[in-house]
Design a protein around this ligand. Structure first.
Ligand code: SF4
Ligand code: SF4
Length: 458
């Protein structure tokens, strides 16, 4: 059966017949590569150490989704901090828009964990074990040998390590070490999560690779729509390079591009930067390093492929950093961060709610009317606190609270029932009162409506 062939290129990672085109980039270790490697090593150290670092007695970063607690660099956000979390998320979103407007897809090429680990951990190991691009392509054709098997075994070990670090961001290092060190039968669920995450990391870095950026990552699509003609990107200087001349550096009437394809074979997503701005370009600059090395060889100025902007390439004028869009994003970001600080500072250390108890709104016992209430407290502070309740402005009433004071651990929630007993002749229908809830550090005033016989429903 004949296989239909695509009339034009669909994706750089696909051959015309739909099979996978494996990208094996050639390394040209230039100026940008050296800088990216330094950044990548620093980021890897940061990614690996963040879950182990402590700030204010908590992990520097822990996203405890199950218990709805988030610890970020000494700040604690609980499920009840919806406004703060919303401000944090909006700030992140606007910061992305700002950075993208200024630096294009710099995040993708320089700081995304996918790029950092792929280009500066997994790919170097591959080159070390299998050899350069040509040797890897030969192996693709001839089938795996002992070196490729050894590479995959090492990849598996690294994937296990990275999966553990990744999970530490969500469950914390204490829980994770229990999952890893104790028998799998004791933590079947946790052990399963570690295995599945290891498998996913291995699949990504051993097989899926650049397809994460070119077809899977939603962030890549978002960044693409945030770019404008003045954003920084990696670009080919077409007026200088064209018309290209194959293999000849100084053909009269030709540009500087000698069509050596070094920029193409060095690209980790397999595209040709000379075709213009493409969604698959992660702005890593490997094509710029490759082209610079060719320009050195043919004694032409560097920078035929370089960081620039579409506007600069078209007009020759340098792009102004401060432009209306950037200023608006920056102002919005400053406003959001100010609101975050303001709301955060005004946030009480405990969130207190007083609710009516289950069952009848009140009961009459002898000469007394008794209301049952329920106290719910979220302790946001960093120390255990004991919460008690007293009535402010109803001297005839008594608080009966065998479960109070309520001890609540840091960042935890607690609840307890208590009663308010009122002489029967002191209450008719609904009566609004104020309760003071708290401990010796901080009290909050909570309004409540007590109920009695022959009264209107509040
Ligand atoms: S075109 Fe250049 S900058 Fe873009 S992904 Fe390929 S090598 Fe990186
Ligand atoms: S590396 Fe430079 S000279 Fe070679 S094909 Fe690419 S743009 Fe042209």
């Amino acid at each position: 059966m004949s296989v239909p062939v695509a009339p034009q290129r669909v994706l750089p990672t696909l051959n015309a017949d739909g099979t996978r085109n494996r990208i094996r980039p050639r390394l040209y270790p230039g100026r940008l590569h050296r800088r990216r490697r330094a950044v990548a090593l620093a980021l890897m150290a940061l990614f690996l150490s963040l879950p182990f670092l402590r700030a204010n007695g908590h992990p520097a970063m822990l996203l405890d989704v199950v218990n709805r607690k988030f610890f970020l660099f000494g700040y604690t956000f609980l499920a009840t901090d919806g406004a703060l979390l919303m401000l944090v998320l909006l700030s992140v979103f606007v910061a992305i828009a700002l950075v993208t407007a200024l630096l294009g897809r710099a995040w993708c090429g320089w700081a995304c964990p996918q790029t950092v680990y792929m280009e500066f951990l997994f790919r170097p190991l591959e080159r070390w074990l299998e050899g350069p691009r040509e040797a890897q392509l030969r192996l693709d054709r001839s089938g795996a040998n002992a070196r490729r098997v050894a590479k995959n075994v090492i990849y598996l070990g690294l994937s296990f390590l990275l999966a553990n670090v990744f999970l530490a961001y969500f469950v914390g290092t204490d829980v994770l070490s229990r999952w890893v060190l104790e028998a799998p039968t004791k933590h079947g669920g946790g052990f399963g999560i570690v295995l599945v995450t290891t498998g996913l990391v291995f699949f990504d870095f051993a097989y899926f690779r650049e397809q994460m950026c070119t077809v899977a990552c939603p962030y890549a699509r978002l960044q693409a729509v945030l770019l404008d003609p003045k954003s920084l990107l990696i670009a080919y200087d077409e007026p200088r390079g064209e018309p290209r001349s194959k293999g000849k550096a100084k053909t009269p009437g030709h540009g500087d591009c000698i069509d050596c394809r070094a920029c193409v074979v060095s690209c980790p997503t397999g595209i040709d930067i000379r075709e213009g701005l493409q969604l698959e370009c992660i702005a890593c600059g490997q094509c710029a390093d490759a082209c610079d090395s060719i320009m050195d060889r043919i004694k032409k100025p560097r920078g035929l492929v370089r960081y620039s902007s579409q506007q600069t390439l078209a007009t020759g004028r340098a792009t102004r950093l401060l432009r209306p869009r950037v200023i608006v994003y920056a102002l919005v970001l400053v406003g959001l961060l100010s609101a975050l600080v303001f709301v955060g500072k005004r946030r009480p250390e405990a969130e207190v709610t007083v609710l009516r108890g289950v069952g009848a709104p009140f009961s009459v016992t002898g000469q007394q009317v008794v209301n049952q209430l329920r106290l719910k407290v979220t302790n946001r502070s960093e120390e255990s606190r004991r919460f008690s309740v007293r009535l402010i402005d109803f001297p005839d009433a008594r608080v009966i609270a065998p479960e109070l004071p309520l001890l609540v651990a840091p960042t935890e929630q607690g609840a307890a029932s208590f009663f308010v007993a009122v002489p029967a002749d002191a209450i008719r229908g609904a009566r609004h009162v104020r309760l003071r809830v708290g401990d010796e550090h901080e009290f909050q005033t909570v309004e409540y409506t007590l109920m009695g016989p022959q009264g209107d429903t509040p």
